[in-house]
Design a protein. Sequence first.
Length: 393
Amino acid sequence: MTKATLFQAEWTQRADLAQLVAAIGADNLRWVGGAVRDTLLGLAVKDIDAATPLHPEEVMARLKEAGIKVVPTGLDHGTVTAVVDGGPVEVTTLRKDVATDGRRATVAFADNWQDDAARRDFTINALYAHPETLKISDYFGGLDDLEARRVRFIGDARERIREDHLRILRYYRFQARFGSTLDDEGENACAELAPMLKGLSRERVAMELLGLLDLADPVPTVRRMFDRGVLPVILPEVGEDGLARLSTLTQTEETQGAGPNAIRRLAAMLPAEPKTAEQVAARLRLSNAHKKRLSRLAARARRPGDARVLAYREGMDVARDLLLLAEQSTAALKGWEIPNFPLKGGEIVERGVDAGPEVARVLRAVENRWLEEGFPDRTRVDQLLRAELPGDN
């Protein structure tokens, strides 16, 4: 890659980061990981991470002396978080793996930048930038891989995966986001070691899966995962028809200008069966909100019908998802707010109806007419109510 420095990326000129660098010492700190990678690719930088040969206790002492708030977020792994004006910065002591079991690693602090780089997952994530000169240190060909848009494991791909089985899913997520050139060794290693995914916590699997599905175009990557036997390990419910639905949905989203949504896309991949959706949600240990949404989207056997009525009954997000899944337009929902039904049960009781089932029936009947007529105003609601009450006719 032609760029050997970060040049003058805007975030590297921040005063709060300069204060952090001054506290720790420029030669004791390197920007590393996503901030460096994304800057080189011309992408927006979200999170900033730093590496240092100093032990966390020393880092904390120096930051406190400089008046910078610091939080010991992961001392066992050498990580502290500096709270600066532009957002938190994780500062992690250089490390090397002592032992791994595929789910977690035992680490020891190191004093060599390359040792720290060697324990990372992909070459494009092992680029270090000096905070003052902005010169890039690249120990494993990450710059060339960025140039080729290739996601490649550091060293032996199988060894990296055996250290942390989640790297299989991370590989596919990163490949979908950054890759255009496939790495044969990585592809083959992920396929061969895919059964190892069964030993991971379901939360970690869900995090990576949803992260992949939330990207702009995950379809080619999900297809490769299916063809190479990786997807069936974590989502055995998905077949060829599910892949076809995912492809159709992403095309519909693009046509209608709808952004990606991981739960909507997961629903497309799964059969339209609430029980199956509930089983998948439980297995992946999704949040209650995600479980509920996935279950509602699985109950999509019928055509959605009127978009605004659907939004009134299901909520805006679920209605939009159901319309997209059915390849129907969401235009009627743009700029529209769901109205409140302007009638309460107490008003019906005041008209002489005894509280109980009859009130519920009248309320439901008037509401249904109100929906059929396209949410008319209160005057029309009163007319509908009078028509429903025998004594008012």
